[in-house]
Design a protein around this ligand. Structure first.
Ligand SMILES: Cc1ncc(C[n+]2csc(CCOP(=O)(O)OP(=O)(O)O)c2C)c(N)n1
Ligand SMILES: [Mg+2]
Length: 344
């Protein structure tokens, strides 16, 4: 499905060989960090993680279209690849998985990435609000917000899509349809079978794309950004992909899907697929791939060391950072907590 007018200018420019190689390097870095994070959890370095195995093309490709000098991204809990592509400090990002800090220790304003959001469908409303602020201020930033097939069943999604369209807010809604909402498959959750089809009801253009083709993802996201930035209102992109791993490190997919179903659903690995394409087009060779993997391994080493060195935050922050001015109830809770934890 493609109901978005064809873009001109930058959005229509083909990716250069250097950009294609950069995309591959990013995908390898993300793949390696993602699989390592599962190992870290098994080793007790972090308590939990939500892997994105199989979604690297969707995440790297969409994150690549962001202009961090003016746009703002509103992620879920599974957008490590987007964060890495945007250049966010990955120790600060991973701190949320170490349970050091809710939402990550990176600076959202500087990095242009909102805190990691564990509330399903929670990030979309913030994105619409931020984007409407751009319109009120007369600035030209675009909000990129992520949600899943499962989140599309939440009422917040309707409110966000409706008001974004009514307000002509510059938002790109990026759905990663990875086939699953924990143990519930898309067909038992998304009536009509497509999230993209719903955009028509909001008078919004939509693209349903192959989310495992990184080039297709970059091109679609750039077109959507160009449309929203030009003042034409929001766009919905549904990237069809597959969650190859567990929902999180505490999930066991064997309880609800068989290995055969996994193999059928997953299709071709997006990383391997891109590798074959670069080879066939003469854009990269084995030496380049080996270099990209070595760089990814060195990077993971550094990030793991950084994560291990992270100390805990002062517990009082739980109470200090809730409201600008504290409330009597919060003060009482803080006093209780101090008595129990610090025996004062
Ligand atoms: C408001 C809310 N309801 C329920 C949950 C529990 N929960 C966490 S992830 C998830 C499934 C989300 O599926 P989807 O939107 O497809 O995203 P995916 O995990 O596949 O990336 C649920 C129900 C939650 N975190 N927040
Ligand atoms: Mg899903």
């Amino acid at each position: 499905m493609d109901t978005l007018p064809v873009a001109s200018g930058d959005a229509a420019e083909p990716l250069t060989p250097a950009q294609l190689r950069e995309l591959y390097s990013l995908m390898v870095a993300v793949r390696h960090l993602d699989t390592s994070a599962i190992a870290w959890q098994r080793q007790g370095i972090i308590p939990g993680y939500a892997p994105e195995l199989g979604q690297e093309a969707a995440q790297v490709g969409s994150g690549y279209a962001v202009d961090t000098t003016r746009d703002f991204v509103f992620p879920t809990y599974r957008e490590m690849g987007v964060a890495r592509t945007m250049g966010v400090d990955m120790v600060a990002y991973m701190s949320t998985h170490k349970a050091t800090w809710h939402g990550g220790l990176y600076d959202p304003l500087e990095s242009r990435l909102a805190p990691i959001q564990a509330v399903v469908a929670g990030s979309v409303l913030h994105a619409v609000g931020w984007a409407h602020g751009q319109t009120l201020d007369g600035t030209d930033g675009v909000a990129l917000t992520y949600f899943g097939d499962g989140a599309s069943s939440q009422g917040d999604i309707h409110e966000a899509l409706n008001f974004a369209a009514v307000l002509k807010a510059p938002v790109v809604f990026f759905v990663q349809n990875n086939g699953w909402a924990i143990s519930v498959p898309t067909e038992r959750q998304v009536a009509g079978g497509s999230v993209a089809a719903r955009a028509a009801g909001y008078g919004m253009p939509a693209l349903q794309i192959d989310g495992d083709d990184v080039v297709a993802v970059v091109e679609a996201t750039r077109r959507a950004f160009a449309h929203a930035r030009a003042g034409n209102g929001p766009v919905l992109i549904e990237a069809m992909t597959y969650r190859r791993g567990p929902h999180s490190t505490s999930d066991d997919p064997g309880r609800y899907r068989s290995l055969d179903e996994e193999r059928d659903g997953a299709g071709t690995d997006p990383l391997e697929r891109f590798r074959q394409r670069l080879l066939a087009d003469g854009i990269a060779d084995e030496a380049f791939f080996a270099g990209a993997l070595a760089a990814a391994k060195a990077e993971e080493d550094q990030i793991r060391t950084g994560i291990q060195a992270l100390g805990s935050r002062p517990g009082t922050e739980m109470f200090d950072l809730v409201f600008q001015e504290t409330t009597p109830a919060l003060q009482a809770q803080a006093a209780n907590w101090r008595e129990e934890s610090e025996h004062v």
